[in-house]
Design a protein around this ligand. Structure first.
Ligand code: NAP
Length: 442
């Protein structure tokens, strides 16, 4: 019997969702040929560039995510960006099915006066994580007071990285220039503005606990209105554990450590002032929370020299595909992309672009598995692509000026980063600019 020609599948985005999808595809019993695209020459997306540098344990998931590339039917095309010459329609000519797993990479806006004086968490996180998009950015950290807006885990990551002992940060993968800024940092006070109360923050307890472990940092809670330990209130386990941490902090003796984190609950930024850089955030405190009338009238001016928005992310529309601006996702049903209720055959989404920026890394596994189940269920009914050879794909990439890098290029960059790490006593040091990343392996 003649062997069946494999179905050609493209996965766009080599972050956790994309690579969980590849892992699920590899396990399928169908004959598949899988091409993985990423705009960077590196795989792992959010794990490499979103997870905080000191969360090394979380990054061990890379061991799982890299496995599919051992398979002969899986190919990596790094340094390839979707655009007019490489949109959904073009990809559809080369593949039976395309899974988009491009995540959410844009900062949300506060829509307050002076917002332009703030930076988004994507920028700041990209800077300390050595993302090539941030290679031109420099945060001097010569500012004693930093304001962070938002009550999610990204806000906690930012506060922790800013106040962690630089010797501990030197054992992470932060680029040398970032470590240098952290070592010489003048930051003494981090104010976190959270618009809701202790029971409604999005923090997870492990991340809250890590704030409590920061050395020589005092923690202050404002308008926390903590329930007593014995109070019988209906809250879930996550919230209970968060509150237990807050209670422990509230009972701690604050020393004179010279460095502090202030959690301002029920606190709404109204305006940021300053000339070319911020000098203050003006807030309204509404200590009575939801029972507060529209305005409490309790206004305060919080001096600050750096304001970071950590209020969640949005996705960007993908060329040739519908986009739900309100939800910041590509509209879909169970991962199948829909356009005004009609399924766009052969095009799928997984991860944050499918469901919005929520959950932990592992949440993307079940999300990707569900999408792959939809792809496999549809396979037999999908149109055969008109240009199904890999050489056709390479011709298309060349036609739109792309210079793809392969898996071998990544493994050699990986080795270079590990060598840099050995010199600093860490597992790796990131190479943070695209030119050096693309340089031929030495
Ligand atoms: P998030 O968890 O959605 O939290 C966003 C925070 O910003 C919420 O407190 C939200 O308040 C607040 N907010 C939104 N709009 C606001 C506005 N206009 N004014 C004031 N506050 C506003 O987002 P995230 O922190 O960016 O995290 C994204 C995802 O990554 C989450 O799933 C998170 O758990 C995950 N993550 C995980 C880790 C980890 O596991 N270590 C680390 C980082 C990120 P409301 O609740 O009132 O809307």
């Amino acid at each position: 019997m003649r062997p069946r020609r494999p179905y050609r599948i493209a996965v766009v985005g080599a972050g956790p969702s994309g690579l969980y999808a590849v892992a699920a595809l590899v396990k399928a019993e169908e004959p598949l040929s899988i091409d993985v695209f990423d705009r960077l020459p590196t795989p792992y997306g959010l794990v490499r560039y979103g997870v905080a540098p000191d969360h090394a344990k979380m990054k061990t998931v890379i061991g799982t995510l890299q496995k599919p590339f051992d398979e002969p039917n899986v190919e990596f095309f790094g340094n390839v960006t979707l655009g007019p010459g490489l949109d959904a329609q073009k990809l559809g000519q080369h593949y039976h099915a395309v899974i988009y797993a491009t995540g959410s990479q844009q900062d949300r806006n506060l829509s307050i006066t002076g917002e332009h004086l703030s930076v988004g968490a994507v920028q700041f996180v990209s800077w300390y994580n050595g993302h090539p998009d941030a290679s031109e950015l420099d945060f001097r950290l010569d500012c004693p007071q930093v304001a962070i807006v938002g009550g999610g885990n990204v806000a906690l990551d930012l506060a922790r990285v800013l106040l962690k002992d630089p010797d501990e940060m030197s054992r992470t993968d932060v680029p040398d220039r970032v470590l240098d800024r952290l070592r010489n940092s003048a930051v003494r006070e981090v104010n976190i503005f959270i618009r809701r109360g202790v029971a409604d923050v999005k923090f997870t307890p492990a991340e809250v606990g890590q704030i409590g472990q920061l050395k020589n940092v005092d923690i202050f809670l404002h308008d926390a209105d903590l329930p007593s330990a014995s109070a019988d209130i209906a809250i879930d386990r996550r919230v209970q554990r968060n509150i237990a941490h807050f209670q422990e902090w509230a009972e701690r003796e604050t020393g004179d450590n010279g460095r502090s984190i202030h959690f301002w609950f029920h606190c709404h930024p109204l305006e940021i002032t300053g000339a070319s850089e911020p000098d203050a955030v003006h807030v309204e405190r509404r200590p009575r929370g939801d029972t507060e009338p529209e305005t409490s009238g309790i206004r305060e001016t919080m001096p600050t020299q750096l304001v970071i928005r950590a209020i969640g992310y949005d996705a960007q529309p993908l060329p040739g595909l519908p986009f739900d601006e309100g939800r910041g996702v590509v509209p879909n049903v169970d991962g199948r992309i829909i356009d005004a209720d009609t399924i766009v055959a052969g095009h799928y989404v997984a991860g944050w672009i499918k469901r919005g920026p929520s959950g932990i890394i592992g949440t993307n596994k079940s999300c990707a598995n569900d999408t792959v189940a939809a792809v496999l269920a549809d396979l037999a009914s999908l149109a055969t692509p008109s240009s199904a050879e890999r050489s056709d794909v390479l011709a298309t990439l060349a036609g739109c000026g792309a210079q793809p890098t392969g898996w071998q290029h990544w493994t050699s960059l990986d080795r270079r980063e590990q060598e840099l790490g050995r010199a600093r006593g860490s597992e790796r040091v990131k190479i943070p600019d695209l030119v050096s990343m693309l340089a031929s392996p030495s």
